[in-house]
Design a protein around this ligand. Sequence first.
Ligand SMILES: Cc1ncc(COP(=O)(O)O)c(C=O)c1O
Length: 364
Amino acid sequence: MSDRGPPYTRPVNTPKAGTGTVDLRSDTVTRPTPAMMQAMFAAELGDDVLGDDPTVKRLEARVAELLGMEAALFTPSGTMANQLAIRTVCEPGDEILCHRDSHILHYETGGPAALSGCIVTTLDGGDGLPRGVFGGELVEQSVRPLDQHDPVTRMVVVENTVNRAGGVPWSLEAFADVASAAASRSLHVHVDGARLWNACIACGYAPSEFLAEADSCSVCFSKGLGAPVGSALAGPTAFIARAKRFRKMFGGSMRQVGLLAAGALFAVDHQLDRLVEDHAHAMRLAAALSAMPGVEVEAPPGGVRTNMVFLRVAGDAGDLCARLETRGVRMIPMGRGRLRAVLHLDVDEADVERAIESIGTELG
Ligand SMILES: Cc1ncc(COP(=O)(O)O)c(C=O)c1O
């Protein structure tokens, strides 16, 4: 998918595996590698608000091309990219459809209501579909009639991979079903692709192939790809021009930000294909944990496919996390008996084995 770059090296300021902490809280905890830092130091810069930063322009063009969209806009975060998409398309009183596990619903501080005056209606998925995935029929049934009493159903958001469901990737078929239902009802289809890269690696489709029927997409460089900061919103030229205005309004337009864009470019060029290693580590972790008594690994049929492993344990997940912390293994609770491990480029094979041993000892 991307050019193979220089071999991956451990990040700056990271202790060698086995001596430091195995941080499985999120794939956002990664630090830039020395080679990425060099690319950032060397970046050509300008004032991006005035349209002068060549590195940002290069990143935006590269991302638009990768995603098969007309244009892209660099943003400080995935949250801002999603909220810009919503603000750009919706009016106060509009309705957004999304799965009940969606990031825009749970983790963006009520942004759709606060920033765009929208209500969010959740969809429950369906029989035979993995958690986090829903079907086109449900979308069609959920669209409200155009009536003075009703909110206008304007947008459907598909998250790929679905974070809260355990990193579940959407299949091309499932997405095509939703996209054609949405098109038949004139809904805007936005993809929250914070981890679209992981879905592509796991399922073997190209980003542009997945997004062929999408109207807009957000992607993150600061998660599995390992850049320190940054996301992008992509879509048609007119949509991006309008989103740019709201980016300014939300305070997300930045000046010599090529410094960060260079890290993102480096990540796209050199750290995309290696996501396959994170997925292999997640599968190893899931296999070892599911063999432990008292642990249930949550996974869709076919098992864990990307970089997240969600576990259910008897007792308090917060307590278990606190005990693991004393062993140098960090995970976060996701409810009382549920916790999450996320694999990323600062976790190697030895770290995975150390995490397995520590969890086994604590639960043994
Ligand atoms: C699916 C999804 N969308 C959006 C975001 C938001 O990204 P950020 O933390 O950069 O705001 C996240 C962050 O974890 C995410 O998991």
